[in-house]
Every structure is written in C-alpha cells, then in structure tokens.
Design a protein around this ligand. Structure first.
Ligand code: HEC
Length: 725
C-alpha cells in the first residue's frame, strides 16, 4: 500500500502543477475530511460535496445541483476513468469532500481519488482473507465508506471495521466485529452518528444470528450492540427485549441461526434522534423447518428504530411476519416529510424485497399504507389495516411447490432508490422476478455454508434461458417513478435485463441509472424521457452520485458487473481484462474508454466416461457447493469464471484447485472438508457434460433458431450481451 502511495505521489509531482498537488496534500485532505455532527446534519447545504452514504442523513440521494440539466445533458461526456484492476461487482457509493473521492471496490479495498482527474491519491488494501469469500452469498463487494474527523471507515468482507487516515491512507485502528467461528461477512457501508461508527453484517443464509454494533470513531471501542433475533434461551437472554421477542419464535431456531442480519440500509433523523435499521430475512428461508408454530419471528424482515447513543430499542414495524421467502427489509430506507391525507407527516418510505411500497410514520412506527409497487406480487393479496399481510394461501409451499413473485432477488434489492425533492417521486430500481419455492425435506445443516432449506433454483437450458430472458418470463427490470402520496406509479422505463443499478435524482430534472446491459442513462425526472446514455463496457449496479470541483458539476458511478445476480444469474461473462472502474462525467468532456478486448474461450476436453449416477451425483454436489459463485447449471453469471469454457490448465488441475485450495488466494477455497476425491471427479464429470452440451449447441446450432435468437438479442438486449453469443 505504502509503495503504491509513494509512487503515485512521485508521479503526481512530476506530471502535475503545484496547484493540483497543494489541493491534495495529506494535511489538506485530513482537514477537509474533519466531518463532525453539525456538518453531517447540514450535509444537504454543502451542494458540491457528497458527505454521507445517502448524501444526507435522510438518505434521499437527491442533489440540488443544476449545472447539468435536462437541457444540456446531451453534452455530458467522460471526464476520467479509474480501473480498479478487478473484474467483480462494484456497488459502492463514493463520498466526495472538497475534490477528493473516497470509495471501495472488490475485497474491501479503499481508494482515494482526485475527483477532478481520477488520479489515485492512495489505496488501502485491508488484506481480506480471500478464503472468507466462501461465506459471501453475493460477491466480494463493498458498498462504501463513511468519513468522520479526518478518518475514513470501511467494513471488510471478513468482518473487520477499519479506520484509515484520510490524508495518507494509513490504518489508524481496526476492530473485529464478528466471532469468526460464524460465517459473518460485511458488505455494507458504515454510518456515523455523533462520533459512533455503526455497522451490521450479512450471513443469514449461512446460519448466523443478526446484530448491529456501534464503535467509538476515535478508538474503535465498542459502544453498544443490538441483536435482531433472540439467541439460545439456555444461554440466558442478553436483555428483556430478547426474552420478549423469543416468544415470537418456535422450534429450535438457535440451532439454525435465525438470520435477521443488518447488511445494508440505515437512516438517521437528527430531530427525532432516531436511527433506523432495515433487518434481513429469517434463516433458513424454509419457515416450516425454522418456525414450526408459524410465529412472527421478530425482528426479521422489519424496520427497527433505535437510539443512536445507546442502541436502545424504540419501535419496530415488521413488513413480512414469519418470512418464508428471503424477503429482507434491508432495502434502502428514505426519510421524507410528506402530506399524508392532507396532513404533514414525518414518514419513512420503503420498497423491500417483498414487492409492497410502505409508508410508515417514522415518529412511532405506525403503519400507514402498503401497495404493491411490483404488480405481479402474489405471495400476499394485500395488507390489512393493522399492517399485517394477507397471505395468498393458494401459494403456500408447505405441501407442494409454489411459483412466487417476487423471487429471493426481490422486487427491489440493495440498489438504492432516490427521492427527488423537486418531483416528490421515489425512483425505484425494480426487479421482475419469479422463483419456485419448494421445501427440501432432506435438509441437513451444512455448518458455515449455504442453508436455505429449499430446493435449489431450476434453470432451463441456455436456449430456454435466453428466450425466457427475452420474453421477460424469468427476470426483467424497470426504473419506476412512484408517487408515495398517491401510492401509485407515475412512469416506468423497462430495461432489457434485470439487476440494474441504483439511482440518483437531481434538481436538473434528471434521474441517472446504470443498467445491467452496460449503460449509464439519464432520464427526465418528471416524464421518464430518456435524454442521454453512455456505454460503460460492463453492467452497472452501483448508484451514481454528483458533486462539483472548481465550479464544474460531475456525475460519477462505479461500473462493474457482479453481486448476487452477477454470480448466480445465468448471464454470459464479460470477456477480457478486468474493467471494474470508476467513471466520472462532465459537460463537454469526451475521454474514450479503451476498446473492448477479444474474449478467450477454451473448448472443453471430451466428456468423462462415467455412469448416469455419477453425473447425477456431480450435479447434486455442484448445486450444493458451487452454483452460488459459478452459476446455476454451470452457466456463470459473469463475475466468476464460467467453468464450461475454462483453460485446459484448470481441467488438469481440477482437484488441486477444488480440494487443494490452489486458487484460494483468489477467492476459490478448498472444499476438501466436504468433498472426497470421488466427489470432485463427479463434479468435474458433470461440468464436462454441461460444457460439451454447450459446445455442441454452439458448433451445430439449429441455424434458424440461432438466427432468430441473434436478431432478438441484438434488438432487445443490445450489442454488449449479444457479443457473448
Ligand atoms: C465463494 C465463491 C466460490 C465457490 C462457492 C466456488 N468457487 Fe470456484 N472459483 C471462485 C473464484 C473467485 C474463482 C476464480 C479465481 C480466479 O482465477 O480469479 C474460481 C475458480 C475456479 C476454478 C478455476 C477456473 C478458472 O477459470 O479460474 C475451478 C476449477 C473452480 N473454481 C471450481 C469450483 C468448484 C468445483 C466449486 C464447488 C465445489 C467451486 N469452484 C465453488 C469462487 C468460488
């Protein structure tokens, strides 16, 4: 780290004039980053900066800047790009303070870039234990840093919270936020309230018990911890609240973890002094296994309001009682003051995975309204006046499989929404999704690994998959403009693919969103009319931000395909060199990205001569241990290698990789503790079978089918994805 930093500074001294250097000395950066409570509460008034994760504590992700607007956005061009030299998902919201951008990338690496030129000022690599990635459901991503009193804070994939000097990128302190005998991970951005850094974690599918912790920003000392689900009664409850919520659980939930991790959203209302957290799904997903008496399972799938000084519980509202579908409430929380039925009301706006848009009184947690923003939502018919869902009994998966909208991907995932103070609309990156929920009656806990208690997703063959994607039967995505007062859609833009980026709205009557098919797009916020787009060479999932340097407005976004769907979703991989990048745009600029390299695919060796039983065994093991990263049916989602087309050397070293951990430094851990040599051979045989099927299809395509598909893909998905055919 140090070497890189010194090199960069040396380079800068040679190439840049003194003025640029002076603006980015360590002392200056540290002083500029000396955020305190007053500055964070008033973050909205620092128009050219982006001081906090959601820009302001109410997390609206709305900017009052108007230099770039619906009249001139056509002149927006690339001002700079910065390649992280990784190729996996980028999900971070950068923080920008007086011309310096602080952001994160793969493996929790932190970058400080000059926000005007993109030049790397320093880089901090927390040296994440790469083998910990086996516990990460949803890619080795990170959603950003928080800044306070001259320091930058990052939560690492392997569960640490690290404070870094904003001036130099050197570590100030570090604390472990998890018990490493449990597979917790951190991908979310910390928030800071009154000198306390607050961070949760993920792992609900891996058998953990959720919590969120606050640490003193100066020392790293733990200030409080709030558990979201009760532990084993035999160990004694931590407090009365745990004892009370334990009454909402049944069976031996503690043996299964319970879930309820706080892996993403938080918001703060300084006036009410309430800190809001979104709590994750119950684990395992299968509620008949987890919760035989069908109780509510607090605080899973809930919004909880806490006192930020003490972690004391104030109120909660549970959106999905007795969750059985992975319906997290960790989605982005927005605080807004709106007119509700003619009265001014302080509300919280929320579009969790479960497909309903919630309006909740944020002073006391009172339920005001829930209306499906995702019209296909079918697990519940609506909400009663007490704010409880009316479940659709016909789709109960207790005795038979049920096809349910939305899927565990949600109708909205972590990709942040935005609330425009100009249009008073919420812009939602919506997901169109379907999943077959079917109990796994043979379920046994795999400690530390994927445990849902459900049968794995079934994906049809490639041809079927593409046709289904095109017909939007399986998945799709939209940008939805939602009026939270009328509780109805004002406009919608449909995207060709699913898993599109987070959203930014600005007072220039603009909404910016990146797309899975590799574009950053601007729309008019009042009408949804598309007014600008830029090809990003990789899918964009992160939310854009905006800021000014030297009087010029920039729009910036991280472009890097990956995340949960990018791993398991079944789209072809992007070819070539790593290109997970930060891109920054301004009016009149026209920097070009380097041209796309050719992709290299290797034909598979012949099929192994094995019995159908061995193949079936291989498939079962693959679906248990490998699909989460390498994709359903060995069709990679793009962020991790597609095993069907890997280089010959990887086939030759299959066992050293899978059992010996030869690539563990790159995030491919050894599975020797759960797989025998015969098991590894069976998986290899299955992969070779899939690979040869795909190769034969490619070499002997039905010409008419191939032609039709290409035409359809070119016209609906766009060049970037069509290239992969
Ligand atoms: C936690 C995510 C994860 C899981 C689970 C996982 N892998 Fe991997 N695997 C990776 C990553 C990341 C790489 C790429 C390393 C690199 O080359 O950068 C990889 C690479 C490989 C490679 C080398 C191919 C190449 O092109 O790099 C093989 C073979 C492989 N994995 C097999 C398996 C098998 C078999 C399983 C199931 C038993 C499995 N993996 C489960 C993440 C995973």
């Amino acid at each position: 780290m140090k070497a890189i930093r010194l090199m960069t500074l040396g380079f800068a001294a040679v190439l840049h004039c003194a003025a640029v250097l002076a603006a980015s000395t360590p002392e200056q950066r540290r002083a500029d980053a000396a955020l305190d409570h007053a500055r964070l509460v008033a973050a909205g008034s620092e128009q050219g900066n982006w001081l906090a994760h959601g820009r302001t504590y109410d997390e609206k992700r709305f900017s009052p800047l108007t230099q770039v607007n619906d009249g001139n956005v056509q002149q927006l061009g690339l001002a700079w790009h910065f390649n992280t030299n990784h190729s996996r998902g980028l999900e971070a919201t950068p923080i920008v303070i007086n011309g310096v951008m602080y952001s994160t990338g793969n493996w929790s690496v932190v970058y400080a870039n000059d926000a005007k030129t993109g030049e790397l000022l320093w880089q901090f690599d927390p040296q994440v234990d790469k083998s910990w990635a086996v516990h990460a459901c949803c890619d080795v991503v990170n959603r950003g840093v928080a800044v306070w009193n001259g320091k930058v804070y990052v939560g690492t994939l392997d569960g640490r919270l690290v404070a870094i000097d904003a001036g130099t990128g050197e570590k100030v302190w570090e604390t472990l936020t998890i018990d490493k005998q449990w597979p917790y991970t951190i991908t979310g951005a910390p928030r800071i309230v009154k000198g306390k850094v607050i961070i949760g974690n993920g792992g609900s599918e891996y058998g953990v018990r959720g919590y969120i912790t606050a640490y003193d920003a100066e020392t790293g000392q733990q200030a409080w911890r709030f558990w979201t689900v009760p532990g084993n009664p035999a160990d004694g409850f931590e407090n009365e609240l745990m004892q009370k919520i334990a009454e909402t659980w049944s069976g031996e939930w503690w043996k299964l973890g319970g879930g309820g991790t706080v892996w993403d959203s938080m918001a703060y209302d300084p006036e009410l002094d309430l800190f809001y957290i979104g709590v994750g799904n119950a684990g395992p997903w299968n509620r008949y296994l987890r919760n035989p008496e069908g109780k509510d399972n607090l605080f899973t799938a809930s919004i909880v309001a806490l006192r930020p000084d003490t972690g004391e519980y104030v109120w909660h509202y549970q959106e999905t009682p007795n969750d059985g579908w992975d319906y997290t409430s960790t989605q982005h929380i927005i605080l807004a003051d709106i007119e509700w039925q003619g009265q001014p009301r302080k509300v919280l706006l929320h579009a969790p995975k479960n497909g309903f848009f919630f309006v909740v009184d944020r002073t006391n947690g009172q339920f005001l309204s829930a209306v499906p923003y995702y019209p296909k939502t079918n697990w519940a018919l609506g909400y009663d006046e007490n704010g409880r869902p009316i479940e659709n009994k016909e789709l109960d998966y207790k005795d038979k499989p049920a096809l349910i909208h939305p899927s565990p991907m949600g109708a909205h995932n972590w990709h942040p929404m935005s609330y425009s103070e100009q249009t008073r609309l919420v812009y939602i990156p919506m997901i169109d999704s379907l999943f077959q929920y079917e109990q796994d009656k043979q379920f046994k806990v795999n400690k530390g690994l994927w445990n849902t208690g459900m049968k794995p997703a079934k994906t049809p063959d490639v041809e079927q998959l593409f046709n289904d994607i095109i017909a939007r039967k399986v998945t799709g995505g939209s940008l939805l403009a939602w009026d939270p007062v009328l509780q109805k859609k004002m406009w919608e833009v449909k995207h060709p693919l699913t898993w599109n980026g987070g959203v930014l709205s600005t007072a220039g009557n603009l909404v910016f969103q990146g797309t899975a098919d590799g574009r950053l797009v601007a729309y008019k916020s009042d009408s949804g009319e598309k007014v600008w787009e830029f090809k990003t060479q990789t899918g964009v999932i992160a939310p854009p931000i905006t800021y000014t340097v030297d009087g010029e407005q920039y729009i910036a976004v991280q472009a890097g395909w990956g995340g949960a769907f990018g791993l398991a979703g079944g789209l072809p991989p992007p070819p070539g060199e790593p290109r997970s990048r930060i891109l920054a745009f301004k009016l009149g600029a026209d920097v070009q990205l380097p041209p796309l390299p050719d992709k290299q695919l290797f034909d598979p060796p012949p099929r192994m001569a094995v019995s159908d039983d061995v193949l079936a065994h291989g498939k079962t093991l693959y679906s248990q241990f490998c699909f989460g990263c390498h994709g359903t049916d060995a069709v990679s989602g793009g962020a991790v290698p597609d095993l069907r087309w890997m280089a010959p050397a990887f086939h030759e070293n299959f066992k050293p990789i899978v059992l010996g951990g030869a690539l563990s430094g790159l995030g491919m851990v050894s599975f020797a503790d759960v797989l025998s040599e015969q098991d590894a051979d069976a998986i290899h045989a299955y992969i070779l079978d899939q690979a040869n099927d795909a190769k034969e299809k490619r070499d002997n395509p039905d010409p008419q089918w191939w032609h039709d598909l290409k035409v359809k893909v070119y016209s609906t998905i766009g060049e970037l994805m069509a290239e992969h055919l």
